[in-house]
Ligand binder design. Structure first.
Ligand SMILES: [Fe+2]
Length: 282
């Protein structure tokens, strides 16, 4: 919808905007009414488009793509199936985590991310269990919006880079693709900044305030794995189409992603391959 507001008025193709051949101007006013709690697109300046020929996901990103109005109505999400609720909810959680931890993080993205993590972890299981739980559905929309503002004020990072590569190749639902990589990227990233990752565990109530950073980081990784499993999100090796033969291509696509340099720990192609292998053997 956001890309249509841009291209409908100016013509061209998404890649021409991404590569700077066309300008983001004269965009039609955008009003967003989300019907899933996940992307946070109603408050971001991004629009993600898959380029069919190359199977790459392109991100159109400009302030002009920010909607003028967002309307959150929990009733519109009552009939979202459980699997979609879970996957989109985890996407929102990853927005909060990556916006909070990435290299371009700042006090604003951290304040938004901390609140979003707390809300999402406490509300998502309820929203999955009973889709008509209005309070849980409202909280998920709120958490998703806060998470959108969080990464919109910073960036996403390695989880999204791998997830977008996977989604481009196999059409894996974006939130599922995020979920399968999240614990392994967290394990990799925590080495860079233990105190920060320990704090994430405390916001999500996987660790107590009194736990040491060391213990809290362990509980973060364990807690996230248990959380996504409790939501019945499949594992990497069980996803349709995923083949080890494509790992080099996934790594290549992830390395090309504009958010790879934003990851809190510098990530190389070898690192991506290692994370992929770990996720695949889980
Ligand atoms: Fe996302």
């Amino acid at each position: 919808g956001k890309a249509i507001a841009l291209i409908g008025r100016n013509g061209g193709t998404p890649i021409e905007y991404v590569e700077g051949q066309r300008r983001y101007e004269n965009v039609a006013p955008i009003i967003c009414i989300p019907t899933t709690a996940g992307t946070g697109s109603e408050v971001t300046r991004s629009s993600v488009i898959t380029e069919a020929a190359t199977r790459r996901k392109l991100t159109l990103k400009d302030a002009a793509l920010r909607p003028v109005l967002a309307v959150l109505d929990p009733e519109l999400t009552f009939t979202v199936p459980k699997s979609v609720t879970a996957a989109t909810g985890v996407d929102a959680l990853v927005h909060a985590i990556e916006g909070y931890t990435c290299k371009v993080t700042n006090p604003i993205s951290q304040a938004l991310g901390a609140k979003a993590m707390e809300i999402i972890v406490s509300s998502l299981p309820e929203a999955c269990q009973d889709g008509r739980n209005e309070e849980a559905r409202y909280n998920m929309l709120l958490g998703s919006l806060l998470a959108g503002l969080c990464f919109g004020s910073a960036d996403v990072a390695a989880v999204h880079c791998l997830a977008e590569a996977l989604g481009g190749l196999y059409d894996t639902p974006h939130g599922v693709a995020n979920a399968v990589f999240l614990p392994f990227v967290l394990k990799f990233n925590a080495e860079e900044n233990k105190a920060m990752h320990a704090q994430l565990a405390r916001y999500m109530k996987f660790a107590a305030e009194s736990d040491s950073d060391e213990k809290a980081v362990e509980q973060l990784i364990q807690g996230i794995e248990t959380f996504t499993r409790s939501l019945d999100i499949p594992k990497l090796k069980d996803l349709p189409g995923v083949r080890k033969e494509d790992f080099a291509k996934i790594v290549e696509l992830a390395m090309q992603n504009g958010s790879t340099p934003s990851n809190v720990r510098t990530v190389t192609a070898e690192d991506y391959l290692h994370i992929l292998q770990e996720a695949y053997s889980a």
